[in-house]
Ligand binder design. Structure first.
Ligand SMILES: Cc1cc2nc3c(=O)[nH]c(=O)nc-3n(C[C@H](O)[C@H](O)[C@H](O)COP(=O)(O)OP(=O)(O)OC[C@H]3O[C@@H](n4cnc5c(N)ncnc54)[C@H](O)[C@@H]3O)c2cc1C
Length: 352
């Protein structure tokens, strides 16, 4: 009988465990960090297809939104919300261009006037002339979602660090961990920034960008931000307990910074921007989460068969958006379905 090991308990490993355990496959998750992962526990959690790097990337992200909706229908009580995004990261002609490009791809885009923006966001201090509203977008807490998916999958979770993959004649036989060896017929690497180190001994170099991410949470506030708000210098959302959740960098999905800067300076600058957005509110720092974002060298997901038979890779940024659809497609491939055309542009082989 086949035995699948998933390495990693973030949103990617959890979504894969959920999909792979459905046909009754015995699945075990090995992870250094507890259920909820590493990047997943620091994520902004914005579910969107308005940010994309290529048309196949757009289509995968758009299907990602649909896959999230399928999960919320299948598993009641998931904390995923669909409040939409009010976006004016670009203004003027650049905003018009974004609207037409997205509309041409079939995305739902509403153009809002100043009065309509003020009506939706009465607490907003500086109200722009125009903005776009993307009603299909929402928010997930990837760490909570990962925990819910792992619970629903019934997968066994073991806290262990994988030191290496083991193989015989080009085929994986399991993994070696700090707790000892674990045999397996299949190993799925949902290891985020830990993936390259496990593949390097087999001659596969997975380039990863250095992209630290810092997420700041404020004190709880009355409801002032009912949407994901994306302005030219700040993205922000409000969670169910009233905290504003804000990445410390503007346009964080395409952010190219390799360093974060001094912590107090970065936090204060973010708080200043939030206070300017929502004047009249007493906004303070409450807590933060920091993680390296798992961004492959060309910014696109890396999904498919690895350098050894029986090894599969699923590494991606925007994993909050993408993990459920990638897991649907990859789990089908792992269990014998034909290759998914949706993953064609994102294969590991492009880096060989
Ligand atoms: C600050 C920030 C903001 C973000 N904002 C968004 C957003 O708004 N929208 C969006 O879609 N995405 C966003 N992302 C990206 C998204 O959160 C990640 O792409 C996603 O969480 C990756 O999930 P993962 O499960 O692949 O990796 P992780 O959550 O990093 O999990 C990796 C797992 O692998 C385990 N692991 C690694 N190596 C080993 C090993 N050798 N042995 C055992 N276990 C190992 C770790 O312990 C961990 O459990 C953001 C990320 C960050 C950090």
């Amino acid at each position: 009988m086949s035995h699948t090991l998933i390495i990693g308990a973030g949103i990617t490993g959890a979504a894969l465990a959920y999909q792979l355990s459905r046909p009754g496959e015995p699945v075990t998750i090995l992870s250094t960090h507890a259920e909820g992962g590493l990047a997943s526990a620091a994520s902004f959690g914005w579910l969107n297809a308005s940010f994309y790097l290529s048309h196949p990337h757009y289509h995968l992200r758009h299907e990602g939104l649909a896959a999230h909706r399928r999960l919320t229908e299948a598993l009641l009580g998931l904390p995923t919300t669909w409040q939409g995004c009010l976006w004016y990261e670009a203004t003027g002609e650049a905003q018009d261009e974004t609207a037409s490009d997205l509309a041409a791809l079939g995305y739902t885009v509403d153009r809002l006037t100043r009065a309509q923006i003020a009506e939706r966001l009465p607490a907003l201090g500086p109200v722009p002339e125009t903005a776009l509203f993307f009603p299909e977008e929402g928010v997930a807490d990837p760490a909570s979602l990962a925990r819910a998916l792992i619970a629903a999958s019934g997968a066994k979770v073991i806290r262990a660090t994988v030191q290496s993959l083991t193989e015989a004649q080009g085929r994986v036989t399991g993994v070696l961990t700090d707790l000892g060896p674990f045999p397996a017929t299949r190993v799925v690497l949902a290891t985020g920034t830990g993936t390259s180190a496990l593949l390097q001994p087999f001659g596969y170099v997975l380039p990863m960008l250095k992209r630290p991410g810092l997420m700041i949470a404020t004190n709880p506030l009355p409801p002032i931000c009912p949407v994901v708000l994306a302005t030219p210098d700040q993205e922000v959302r409000q969670d169910a307990s009233g905290h504003l959740i804000a990445p410390a960098s503007a346009g964080h999905q395409g952010d190219h910074a390799e360093t974060l800067g001094a912590f107090p300076v970065v936090v204060n600058a973010t708080l200043q921007r939030l206070r300017a957005l929502f004047p009249g509110h007493d906004i303070h720092f409450a807590h933060q989460a920091m993680a390296m974002r798992p961004v492959p060298g060309d910014g696109l997901p890396v999904v498919g068969q690895g350098p050894l038979q029986g090894v599969w890779i699923a590494v991606m940024h925007s994993g909050a958006t993408l993990a459920p659809v990638v897991a649907e497609c990859l789990a089908a491939e792992i269990t014998g379905s034909p290759d998914s055309p949706m993953l064609a542009e994102f294969r590991p082989a492009r880096f060989r």
